[in-house]
Each structure stands twice: as structure tokens, then as C-alpha cells.
Design a protein around this ligand. Structure first.
Ligand SMILES: C[S@@+](CC[C@H](N)C(=O)[O-])C[C@H]1O[C@@H](n2cnc3c(N)ncnc32)[C@H](O)[C@@H]1O
Length: 192
């Protein structure tokens, strides 16, 4: 069965969507076969609206068409790398980066951290729940290894997609701070 995150052969139909994030409008190229192709996900927006103090190196894990990394690059003093397993998502992220002339963002294909070699001050993700709890935990727990000493992992997770059990699990690895809960989405900051 194909999921949005596999490198499938669904017919391409690139279009542009508009989205307001923190009162500013952004346009993104989207396509069939990528997550949230009709509008920027509510959880992603909520995540971005609750990140307040970025200054440093960011890794956007499971970048999709690039909304997290692009928004942060445009609003903070930061360098951004983005990864995704989906080739179409990578192509769209590159198109969106070009559109905004943010040419110093690096995007590359990676299954979780398999191709990641750097360390980061922030790892930020709306994780691929549909890839299964094991993959989500691999991404969230695995972040530890790729964070600098005082680094932070920010993520969004839905209550009805296992927020409680995943946060319980993560308590063994991080100090967790639930920044907000809205419409069943939890925004969490995890620190070493
Ligand atoms: C919930 S979507 C979030 C997309 C984007 N960051 C956003 O907020 O709109 C999760 C993303 O993770 C990607 N993904 C799925 N499995 C992955 C894996 N094993 N490694 C890296 N990325 C993965 C999917 O292709 C998808 O783009």
C-alpha cells in the first residue's frame, strides 16, 4: 500500500497554496503524494507559532514541501538543513527554497538520520505518524545523537495519534515541556 511518504508514482500535479502563519502570508509549491497538499497542516502552524527563540543550526526532519525550515529561515537568525525520505517532497522543498531565494538551505534524502552527519542546535519535526510508532520514536529519540549539548527538539503530536504514550516514552530520554495544546495537537519541547 502506498503512503504519502513513499516514493510512489502518483501523477504529478504541482500547484501553489497560500498560507497565513503568524499573520504573514507564505506561498508553497505542493504536489500529489506529499503530506498536507491542500493547506499547511494545523499542527505545523501551531508548532511554528510556539517556537519563540531560535538562534543557531536547525534540522527539519521530514520536511515535506519545506514549510518548517523555510518559515524559520525567513524569521530567525539560523542555518537550516532539511531531510525527507520522499523524493517528491525533496524536489518541492528545493523549488520552494528557490522561490524564496533561500539558497543556503540544504535539502537531502534521508530515512530518519541515516544520511545526517552534522549536529544541530534545534531539531524540529512534525513526525510521520503514518510511518508507525517505531519510526516516530526512532526520529524523536534519535534526535539526541544529533543535537548539540544544549540543543532542543521541538515537535508536534496529536492526542489521538498517541501523544500520551509517546511523551511518556520520551521522558526516559529528555526533559519535556508541553508548550501548548490546541484542537488535540500537543506542541512539545524536549531538552537533553
Ligand atoms: C507529517 S509530514 C510533515 C511534513 C512537513 N514537515 C509539514 O509539516 O508539512 C511527515 C514527513 O515525514 C516524511 N517521512 C516519512 N517517513 C520518513 C522517514 N523514515 N525519514 C524521513 N522522513 C520521513 C514524509 O515524507 C513527510 O514529508
Amino acid at each position: 500500500m502506498d503512503h504519502y511518504f513513499t516514493n510512489n508514482n502518483i501523477k504529478s500535479n504541482i500547484k501553489i497554496i497560500n498560507s497565513i502563519i503568524n499573520e504573514k502570508q507564505y506561498d508553497f509549491f505542493v504536489d500529489n503524494g506529499v503530506f498536507s497538499k491542500n493547506n499547511v497542516d494545523y499542527g505545523t502552524k501551531l508548532l511554528l507559532e510556539n517556537i519563540k527563540e531560535i538562534d543557531g543550526k536547525i534540522l527539519d526532519v521530514g520536511c515535506g514541501y519545506g514549510v518548517i525550515g523555510i518559515y524559520l529561515k525567513m524569521n530567525y537568525n539560523c542555518t537550516v538543513d532539511m531531510i525527507d525520505i520522499n523524493k517528491r517532497a525533496i524536489h518541492l522543498s528545493r523549488k520552494n527554497i528557490d522561490k524564496y531565494k533561500l539558497n543556503d538551505i540544504t535539502v537531502f534524502e534521508s530515512d530518519a538520520y541515516i544520511n545526517v552527519t552534522n549536529k544541530y542546535d534545534y531539531i524540529i519535526t512534525n513526525p510521520p505518524i503514518r510511518a508507525g510508532k517505531e519510526k516516530v520514536l526512532e526520529i524523536l529519540i534519535g534526535a539526541k545523537e544529533f543535537l548539540n549539548e544544549n540543543g532542543k527538539l521541538y515537535f508536534v503530536i496529536r492526542k489521538d495519534q498517541g501523544a500520551k504514550s509517546i511523551t511518556e516514552h520520551l521522558k526516559a530520554y529528555y526533559n519535556l515541556n508541553i508548550l501548548t495544546k490546541s484542537k488535540g495537537f500537543w506542541i512539545i519541547c524536549a531538552e537533553n
